[in-house]
Design a protein around this ligand. Structure first.
Ligand code: AMP
Length: 215
């Protein structure tokens, strides 16, 4: 089963991806996580991507499509993948659709997580991420705090606030989302595999909606 998760930053794509990984052994493909690893390792790609990411802009489409083309060919993707944070522009969606055809893949579901701006801003500014790039567990100081303040429950590393999760960067990321990514909702909407899910409900209810769609 292959799934695309759509939704603004903070809508819960990462959390729902983790649920699908745990429940169905699918593979999460988060372009944001891949890029953050490249930045951390100071690769050529990471150095190129960093300035876009820090300002809340999108990394160029051809860079992202190259990352995805390589990633979907890895053998673990046979277990089924979740696209988390990709595609983010119409050009990426069109490029991906060609890639899906060329690789004889099927997208079983496109899930859109819907939430209003107030909730997105509140969730993002209170989010903390594990600084260990092999872990990257996500916490929320309001809704899902770690047992020990500032420390990851899973690996004991320090929790950090991402540089693109300050109020200013978030406002810009939301603007970018509405300009560049929201048009994808019209692009995909209407297909029989397209489903809207309310993302302002308790997490268990959101997971139950996702499960009932994918069963
Ligand atoms: P995320 O963690 O998915 O919100 O991504 C963090 C940042 O990485 C975004 O603000 C973009 O700068 C970059 N990024 C992640 N995915 C993409 C994508 N599909 N297209 C362009 N830029 C991306």
């Amino acid at each position: 089963m292959n799934v695309i998760l759509l939704g603004a930053p903070g809508a819960g794509k990462g959390t729902i991806s983790k649920h699908l990984v745990d429940k169905y052994s699918m593979v999460q493909i988060s372009t944001g996580d891949i890029l953050r690893n490249e930045v951390k390792n100071q690769t050529e790609l990471g150095i190129k991507a960093k300035s876009f990411m820090d300002s809340g802009d999108l990394v160029p489409d051809e860079v992202i499509l190259g990352i995805i083309e390589n990633r979907i060919k890895e053998s673990d993707c046979k277990r089924g993948f979740i696209m988390d944070g990709f595609p983010r522009t119409i050009a990426q969606a069109e490029g991906f659709s060609d890639m899906v055809g060329r690789n004889n893949l099927v997208i079983d579901a496109i899930l859109e997580l819907e939430a209003d701006d107030d909730l997105l801003i509140k969730r993002l500014t209170s989010r903390r991420t594990c600084s260990n790039t092999n872990c990257q567990a996500i916490y929320n100081v309001l809704y899902q705090p770690p047992v020990k303040e500032g420390i990851c429950d899973k690996c004991g590393s320090e929790l950090i606030q991402r540089s693109d999760e300050t109020e200013e960067a978030i406002a810009y990321r939301l603007k970018t989302y509405y300009e560049k990514t929201q048009p994808l909702i019209d692009y995909y909407n209407g297909g029989s595999n397209y489903h809207k899910i309310k993302a302002d409900l308790p997490l268990d209810e959101i997971k139950a909606s996702v499960d009932s769609i994918l069963k």
